[in-house]
Design a protein around this ligand. Structure first.
Ligand code: F6R
Length: 366
């Protein structure tokens, strides 16, 4: 059942190239330069006239929502707000019939996300579900939706659900950007081609597994760990920290790299591993200067960099390379080494990787 892998989590990490491919198959017609998604196309006027998009979710799905916020605003120029479902539902939010609420949920059963949907529906908003489990409660409650085609995710720590959620949300952003005339036809085609190449690049990112395992052995006993990223990769930093906490029980925090100087930098000493996402696209020079700040306080730096990187190589204690891609697609690649790093640390510490203590795969209580 684990297909020769020691844990479901590792199997699911390795399934990502195929899961991403399955998610865009039939929806992205690269040769014709088209995206076809019934859930969007059937309601295109609603989307084109939406005043804003609200995204609600919990946990890892909320992180996918944050990545989507950056992509939607950048490409489609639609205002987006992302909120924890548990906060949204209890704070008397302003919602009206020109709003679209996108609920993201792997299981489709998360109680807080479900309650947020019901509230938004009552106030007249159009509700769109991004779920993995077919026929789940949230997918049935939504007015429309698009499934991720990740296949069953058994490991409690979400991996392939996250990257396929980002894939679906990227397709939606591209479709809306095109229909709204916010991107040129040539850029649209270029983006489709690049998305088509992502599964192969994920494969390449996975090939650093042995190198990542060695880094895991060095830091497995650290009591704390920081994750930093900027732009599209700020939510990836949050997700990297969540993966480490939930399966290894090491305290970890994700931060936007530039926020370091507003407090967290006080934590840096020679005991503190800092994982910094520093791909060449996306505020590279700024991230390099953030790395210098950490270095000068003796923090240990693990850089997630673009293949062939030189600057971070010179500064960091370790680097893990991912293939080059278009900036807004980098989260699909930078996430991979962070999943593997957490996985190996948890295994080395003898933790129950697939079923971490205190956690359930689907949180059906609020
Ligand atoms: C983290 C994790 C949780 C879920 C969260 C939402 O690895 O699995 O944080 O992401 O409970 O679950 P869904 O997506 O099923 O609504």
């Amino acid at each position: 059942e684990k297909g020769g892998y020691e844990h479901f989590m590792l199997k699911e990490i390795y399934e990502q190239p195929q899961a991403i491919r399955d998610t865009f198959r039939g929806r992205m017609l690269v040769d014709q330069g088209l995206i076809k998604m019934a859930g969007i196309d059937d309601h295109i006027d609603k989307f084109l006239n939406a005043r804003r998009i609200l995204i609600v979710a919990c946990g890892t799905s909320w992180h996918a929502g944050l990545v989507a916020e950056y992509i939607f605003e950048d490409l489609a120029r639609i205002p987006v707000e992302v909120e924890y479902a548990s906060e949204f539902r209890y704070r008397n939010p302003v919602i009206d019939k020109d709003d679209i609420l996108i609920a993201i949920s792997q299981s489709g059963e998360t109680a807080d996300t479900m309650a947020a949907i019901k509230m938004a529906k009552d106030k007249g908003a159009f509700v769109f579900g991004v779920c993995n489990v077919v026929g789940s409660s949230i997918s049935r409650e939504a007015h429309a939706g698009a499934y991720t085609h990740a296949g069953p995710e058994i490991g409690v720590a979400s991996t392939k659900a996250f990257t396929t959620q980002i894939t679906v949300l990227t397709l939606i952003a591209l479709q809306l950007a095109k229909k709204k005339g916010k991107i040129s036809t040539s850029d649209f085609h270029r983006y489709l081609q690049e998305l088509d190449a992502i599964p192969e690049k994920v494969e390449k990112a996975l090939s650093s597994n042995d190198h990542i395992e060695k880094i895991a052995a060095i830091y497995k006993d650290a009591p704390n760990c920081l994750y930093l990223g900027r732009g599209f990769n700020f939510p990836v930093a949050l997700e990297g920290a969540l993966k480490l906490k939930e399966i290894s029980y090491i305290h970890a925090e994700g931060y936007p790299a530039a926020e370091m100087k507003h407090g967290p930098i006080a934590l840096i000493d020679e005991q503190m591993p800092v994982v910094v996402i520093a791909t060449r696209k996306g505020h590279y020079e700024k991230v390099v200067s953030n790395i210098q700040e950490i270095k000068s306080r003796s923090g240990k730096i693990i850089g997630i960099v673009t293949e062939g990187d030189v600057d971070v190589h010179d500064l960091a204690d370790h680097v893990i390379e991912v293939p080059d891609t278009i900036e807004f697609m980098t989260p699909l690649l930078t996430t991979i080494p962070l999943q593997l790093l957490s996985y190996h640390i948890a295994v080395m510490l003898g933790k129950n990787v697939d079923q971490p203590r205190n956690l359930a795969k689907s949180v059906t209580v609020e």
